[in-house]
Design a protein around this ligand. Structure first.
Ligand SMILES: *[C@@H]1O[C@H](CO)[C@@H](O)[C@H](O)[C@H]1NC(C)=O
Ligand SMILES: *[C@@H]1O[C@H](CO)[C@@H](O)[C@H](O)[C@H]1NC(C)=O
Ligand SMILES: *[C@@H]1O[C@H](CO)[C@@H](O)[C@H](O)[C@H]1NC(C)=O
Length: 262
């Protein structure tokens, strides 16, 4: 039948393609020829991945800014969430992660209780860490706090670098300790399966940023790491990226055949 012949010649084409793939990959590992021939491949491979990662942010189930605006006493936090872009990250991540997120929201009164120099003296990176320290990478309901194991890790970093302790009494009185600050959850502003937002009466100051030893950041190391990767590594990475693309194309071809023969 025509169909069979078509399939056969298509299969032969695939075998041929695969063979040329192997041929094309072999010389790619020789560093001398590789960069010039393959340079255009990487940008093409990266472009679709980036657009894909950005697109799903549009319609999240919950909007953390709207939740805080509605409560009416979080204008400082809203501003900081906006300036550090953590608010956008929260909104896009709650629709993308199965674990959800928890936000501890200090009130405007909590922020105004800080010394005025506290926020002003922070670098952009430290401000980001301060805000990320208020976000847990899991959605934790009020009653679940009784079962968490401390210290918790926050979006700011590991529990060794940025430890945060949260304890709950049997009456759901939730206390938070950073080592510098003891705070209390004063309201449950929002909870669904992906996002929990709790009002807290103090700004949670991480030891890492505000602790006694952390005033001067470690001197920046000289630029040796930038020089370290030998140029020969690049072609190998490139060739495996190219191999991936070809294999993806091949699998697509095989899938097309399977669909065709049905
Ligand atoms: C979230 O809510 C704020 C304030 O109501 C609004 O300005 C913003 O556009 C909303 N964001 C999304 C992604 O809907
Ligand atoms: C947090 O909890 C851990 C484990 O219980 C404890 O070792 C640590 O001292 C606590 N830190 C603070 C600041 O409460
Ligand atoms: C936080 O609470 C603990 C235990 O009750 C206490 O030892 C510590 O001094 C408190 N820290 C601050 C900064 O209030």
């Amino acid at each position: 039948m025509m169909m069979k012949q078509l399939l056969l010649s298509f299969s032969a084409l695939l075998v041929f393609l695969h063979f040329t793939t192997i041929l094309a990959q072999a010389p790619a590992k020789s560093p001398a020829q590789a960069p010039a021939a393959q340079a255009p491949v990487l940008p093409q491979a990266q472009a679709p991945a980036l657009t894909q990662a950005q697109s799903p942010a549009s319609s999240g189930p919950a909007n953390v800014t709207a939740i805080l605006e509605k409560a009416g006493k979080f204008s400082t936090l809203i501003l900081l969430l906006k300036n550090t872009q953590v608010g956008e990250q929260i909104n896009s991540q709650i629709s993308n992660t199965y674990k959800g997120l928890t936000l501890f929201a200090p009130t405007d009164a909590a922020f105004s209780n800080l010394k005025s120099s506290t926020l002003n003296s922070l670098s952009d990176k430290q401000t980001l860490q301060l805000i990320q320290f208020h976000v847990l990478p899991t959605c934790i309901s009020l009653s679940q706090f009784q079962a968490v194991s401390n210290p918790l890790h926050t979006v700011a970093g590991s529990s060794e670098q940025f430890p945060l302790n949260v304890t709950a009494s049997s009456s759901n009185q939730v206390s938070i300790s950073t080592g510098l600050v003891n705070a209390t959850v004063t309201d449950n502003l929002y909870t669904d399966s992906q996002l929990a937002v709790y009002e807290v009466d103090k700004v949670l100051l991480p030891l890492q940023v505000f602790g006694p030893k952390s005033t001067a950041p470690a001197p920046t190391a000289p630029a040796t790491p930038k020089q370290a990767p030998p140029t020969t590594i690049t072609p190998v990475v490139t060739s495996s990226a190219m191999g991936l693309i070809r294999h993806a194309a091949l699998s697509f071809g095989v899938a097309a055949i399977a669909a065709f023969s049905l």
